[in-house]
Design a binder for this molecule. Structure first.
Ligand code: ARG
Ligand code: GLU
Length: 722
C-alpha cells in the first residue's frame, strides 16, 4: 500500500510546474515523461526517444561505462571511443617506461595493428532499464526486521536479474533509488577487449596538472582514445588477435560549429555518487567534521610524493598515478568544505528542517510518520561520527602506508601457517596472481617515499585518533619503542619482506610451512591484520548498523520531502547508473568582483606557459602551430581562435568524466572532465549561480589529433558536421 502510494507521489509530479534547468541527474527512461518538454523549451531540437529508445538505436547506444569509473562515447562506426586522459591514465601509465614514456610523449597508433590491448579494461553498454520496484518489494513490508527484509529483497533481486539475463550474454544490475523507495533493473553488455589508440603527451592531456585541477579557467586537453574490439559476430570476447573492431548501433556525430553562451547542452554519462537529500547533521559531519582531517592526512602524503618526484624522473613516473589519485579528492574536499560554508548550507538546511517539523505537525498522520525524524537524525548522526572518524584514520593513515596495504594480499598465505596440511593444488592456482601482484607493486614502489610516509602518517594517527579506534600495534610502539615512531618504522622496514622483491618472489615460488610461519610474524602484515581486525570488530559493524537505521529514516524523509513539496520534481541521487543532466553554456561569478568567461583558448595556454614549472610546459610543436595559426577546420568560426574548454551549468559529479557533452541536435561538442572548484559542494548542495561543469571543446581535441599528432586517419573515421 505504502509503496504504491510513494510511486504514485513520484509520478504524480510528472505534470509538474517547478522544473529547474540546471540541477538534476535524470533517468534516461523517464526523460520523455519528466524532462522532454523543458529540454525542448531550453532549445533542444531532438526528442527524448532520440536519446533513449529500447526498440531503435538511440544516443544511449553510443555511451559506455568506461573501466567501471568513467564514461566514454563512441565516435566512429568502427568502435572508436573518446574518454578523458585521466580516465585512460592507468592504461597509458601501464604501457609506459623510461624507454617508452607514453605519459610524457603521448602515444598514437598509426594503424589498427599498433593499438595496445589492456588487461582488465572493460566498457559496458546499457541495453535497457526497467522499473522493478514491485518485483523487488514483493512480500516485503516496513514492519519486518531489517535482516528478514534485506534477505527477502536480495532474493527478489536475484530472481529479477536471472529472469532478465536468461539465455543471453548480458549482465544485470538492480539498484535502489530514493533510499529504496524505488528499484531499477539495468541490463548490460560488457566488452573486454578495449585497446589504446591515442593519448596526447601529459603536458597537453594533463596541462595545468594538479595545480589547475578543479579550477576554471582551464586549459587541459584531457582526452584519450580507445577502440572496442568484438568477435566476428560483433559480440564481447576476451582479447584475441582475431577480434575485430566493434560495429556500434550508434556513434555520435561531431559538430565543429562551436558553442555560444546560453546554448542548450546535455551531458550523458555515469555520475557516481551524490547525496542531495541529507539533513544538516550529515552535511556537517562530512564537510566540517571529517574533511579537514582527511585533507590533513593527504597533505602529508602528497608533500612527500612531490619532493621525491621532483628530484627523480623514474620516481615521477612511478608515482604519477598514485599522486593524482590522492591529490584529486584532497582538493575536491577542500573545495567542498569551502562551498558548504560559503553557501551557509548547514544553516539553510536547519531552517528548512524547522519548516519540515512544522509541516509534519500539521496533521496527526504526518505527525506520526514524520514528527520525530529530525531529532532521530540528529542522534544517529552524532552516534555514527566517531566511527567514521576512526575509519577515516584507518584508511587514510593506516592503509596509506604502501607496504602495509600491500601485505594484505598475502594474508591468506600467512594463514596457512595454522593449517595441518598445505593444499598444494590451490597454492599453485594462486601463484600467478601473487607473482603478478608483486610485479605490479614493485614496478611503482620507491621505498624512501614509503618510509617517510609511514612516519608522518603513523605519527598523526598515533597522536590524534580517538582512543577507542587505535590499532593494537600502537601498544607495541608505546611499550617497546617508547612511542618513537621512527624507531618502529626502522624495525618494520628492516624485518618485513614486503619491501624486498626477490625474497617475496622466492617465498611464493618455494612456499613452505616454515615460510608461512615467518610470514605470519611479518611486522607489516601484523599491522595490516591489526587494522583489519579493528575495522571488523569495532568499526564496520557499527557503521553498518547505524547506516541501516539512517537509511530507513532517509527513506521516510524523502517520502516526506515529496509530500511536502508537491510541485517539485525529484531526481534520484547519482549511483553509477546512466543519467542525463542538462543546462546551458554559461559564464559565472566565482567571487565578489570577479567575472569568468564561458570559454578558454589556446592563447591562455601560451599565457600560462612556463618551462620551469612542470605543469606548464608547452610542447614546441604546439607553439609552432600557434605561431603559424595552422588551425585548419578547428578554429572557431567567429573569432578564428582555437577554443580549449568551456563551462555550462549541467549537474555532474565524479564518474561523469569522459561523458559526452551534446548540443541541441544531439551532436558531440565536448568531453566533460571536471567541475569548477566553487562548485564541488554540488554533491551535497547544488547552487545554480556557482555550479559549473568543465568541458573539453571537441575542436581542441580534434586539432590535437589531426594537426599536432598527425593522426588524421582517426578524424577521418568520425562523422564531422561543419
Ligand atoms: N578533477 C577531475 C576528476 O575528478 C580530474 C582528475 C584528474 N586530474 C588530476 N590532476 N588529478 O576526476
Ligand atoms: N573528474 C571527475 C571524474 O573523474 C569529474 C569531475 C567531477 O567530479 O565533477 O569523474
Amino acid at each position: 500500500m505504502k509503496k504504491n502510494f510513494i510511486v504514485a507521489v513520484i509520478f504524480s509530479l510528472l505534470a509538474n510546474l517547478g522544473l529547474k534547468a540546471d540541477e538534476g541527474m535524470w533517468l534516461p527512461s523517464l526523460l520523455e515523461k519528466l524532462n522532454e518538454k523543458e529540454m525542448q523549451d531550453l532549445g533542444m531540437r531532438i526528442s527524448a526517444k532520440d536519446i533513449y529508445d529500447i526498440n531503435n538505436s538511440s544516443i544511449k547506444d553510443a555511451i559506455v561505462h568506461f573501466g567501471g569509473g568513467c564514461t566514454a562515447e563512441i565516435v566512429s562506426d568502427q568502435g572508436l571511443v573518446i574518454t578523458n586522459h585521466h580516465c585512460g591514465f592507468g592504461a597509458i601509465q601501464k604501457h609506459s617506461s623510461i624507454e617508452h614514456d607514453y605519459l610524457t610523449d603521448g602515444f598514437w597508433a598509426m594503424s589498427k595493428k599498433e593499438e595496445l590491448p589492456n588487461k582488465d579494461l572493460t566498457v559496458t553498454f546499457l541495453v535497457r532499464m526497467d522499473d522493478v520496484t514491485d518485483a523487488v518489494l514483493n512480500g516485503v513490508d516496513d514492519k519486518m526486521k531489517a535482516e528478514e527484509r534485506n534477505k527477502k529483497i536480495s532474493e527478489n533481486i536475484k530472481a529479477v536479474k536471472e529472469n532478465a539475463t536468461k539465455d543471453t550474454h548480458y549482465g544485470a544490475i538492480v539498484k535502489p533509488f530514493f533510499y529504496g523507495n524505488q528499484y531499477y533493473l539495468f541490463v548490460t553488455e560488457t566488452f573486454k577487449d578495449v585497446r589504446l589508440v591515442g593519448a596526447p603527451p601529459s603536458n597537453i592531456g594533463k596541462f595545468g596538472g594538479d595545480t589547475d585541477n578543479w579550477v576554471w579557467p582551464r586549459h587541459t586537453g584531457d582526452f584519450s582514445i580507445f577502440r572496442i574490439y568484438a568477435n566476428k559476430d560483433n559480440q564481447p570476447a576476451e582479447y584475441s588477435e582475431d577480434n575485430v573492431p566493434y560495429t556500434p548501433k550508434h556513434h555520435l556525430p561531431i559538430s565543429l560549429k562551436g558553442i555560444k553562451e546560453g546554448d542548450f547542452t546535455f551531458v550523458f554519462g555515469y555520475p557516481g555518487r551524490t547525496q542531495e537529500y541529507l539533513p544538516s547533521f550529515a552535511v556537517e559531519n562530512i564537510a566540517i567534521k571529517r574533511n579537514p582531517n582527511k585533507i590533513n592526512l593527504r597533505n602529508k602524503r602528497l608533500s612527500i610524493f612531490k619532493r621525491y618526484q621532483n628530484a627523480n624522473d623514474t620516481v615521477r613516473i612511478q608515482y604519477a598515478s598514485k599522486a593524482a589519485r590522492v591529490a584529486n579528492y584532497w582538493k575536491k574536499m577542500i573545495g567542498e568544505s569551502k562551498g558548504i560554508k560559503r553557501l551557509h548550507a548547514i544553516n539553510k538546511k536547519e531552517n528548512f528542517q524547522k519548516k519540515f517539523i512544522q509541516w509534519a505537525n500539521e496533521t496527526p498522520q504526518r505527525k506520526e510518520k514524520y514528527g520525530n525524524l529530525i531529532p532521530e537524525f540528529k542522534d544517529l548522526y552524532e552516534e555514527i561520527l566517531p566511527y567514521e572518524i576512526g575509519r577515516d584514520f584507518l584508511f587514510e593513515a593506516g592503509l596509506g602506508v604502501e607496504i602495509v596495504n600491500f601485505s594484505g594480499k598475502f594474508r591468506n598465505l600467512a594463514k596457512l601457517s595454522k593449517e595441518k596440511k598445505i593444499d598444494k593444488e590451490k597454492l599453485e592456482k594462486d601463484k600467478p596472481k601473487l607473482i603478478a601482484a608483486i610485479e605490479g607493486f614493485f614496478k611503482d614502489y620507491y621505498e624512501p617515499i614509503d618510509r617517510e610516509a609511514f612516519v608522518a602518517l603513523m605519527q598523526d594517527y598515533y597522536d590524534n585518533a580517538p582512543a577507542e579506534f587505535k590499532p593494537a600495534f600502537f601498544s607495541i610502539i608505546k611499550e617497546k619503542y617508547d612511542g618513537n615512531i621512527s624507531k618502529y618504522a626502522k624495525h618494520v622496514f628492516e624485518k618485513s619482506i614486503f619491501n624486498k622483491k626477490e625474497k617475496l618472489e622466492d617465498l611464493v615460488n618455494n612456499f613452505s610451512k616454515s615460510k608461512a610461519k615467518k610470514l605470519a610474524k611479518d611486522p607489516a602484515l601484523i599491522m595490516f591484520n591489526d587494522l583489519i581486525n579493528l575495522y571488523y570488530s569495532r568499526i564496520n559493524k557499527e557503521i553498518n548498523r547505524l547506516s541501516d537505521e539512517l537509511n530507513k529514516l532517509q527513506k521516510i524523509y524523502v517520502q516526506g520531502l515529496m509530500e511536502m513539496q508537491k510541485d517539485k520534481t525529484f531526481y534520484p541521487d547519482a549511483n553509477s547508473t546512466l543519467r542525463i543532466s542538462y543546462g546551458k553554456v554559461s559564464a559565472f561569478k566565482p567571487a565578489d568582483g570577479v567575472q569568468y568567461k564561458y570559454y578558454t583558448t589556446l592563447e591562455g595556454i601560451m599565457e600560462k606557459e612556463n618551462p620551469e614549472i612542470y605543469d606548464y610546459v608547452v610542447e614546441d610543436r604546439l607553439k609552432d602551430l600557434y605561431n603559424s595559426k595552422d588551425y585548419g577546420q578547428y578554429a572557431d568560426p567567429e573569432d578564428g581562435k582555437i577554443h580549449v574548454a568551456f563551462i555550462a551549468n549541467n549537474h555532474t559529479t565524479g564518474g561523469n568524466s569522459g561523458s559526452p557533452v551534446l548540443n541541441a541536435d544531439g551532436q558531440l561538442i565536448g568531453v566533460n572532465f571536471d567541475r569548477c572548484w566553487e562548485s564541488t559542494m554540488s554533491d551535497l548542495v547544488y547552487d545554480p549561480d556557482l555550479c559549473r561543469n568543465i568541458t573539453l571543446d571537441i575542436r581542441y581535441c580534434l586539432f590535437i589529433i589531426d594537426k599536432f599528432a598527425g593522426a588524421k586517419h582517426l578524424v577521418e573515421e568520425m562523422s564531422i558536421i561543419k
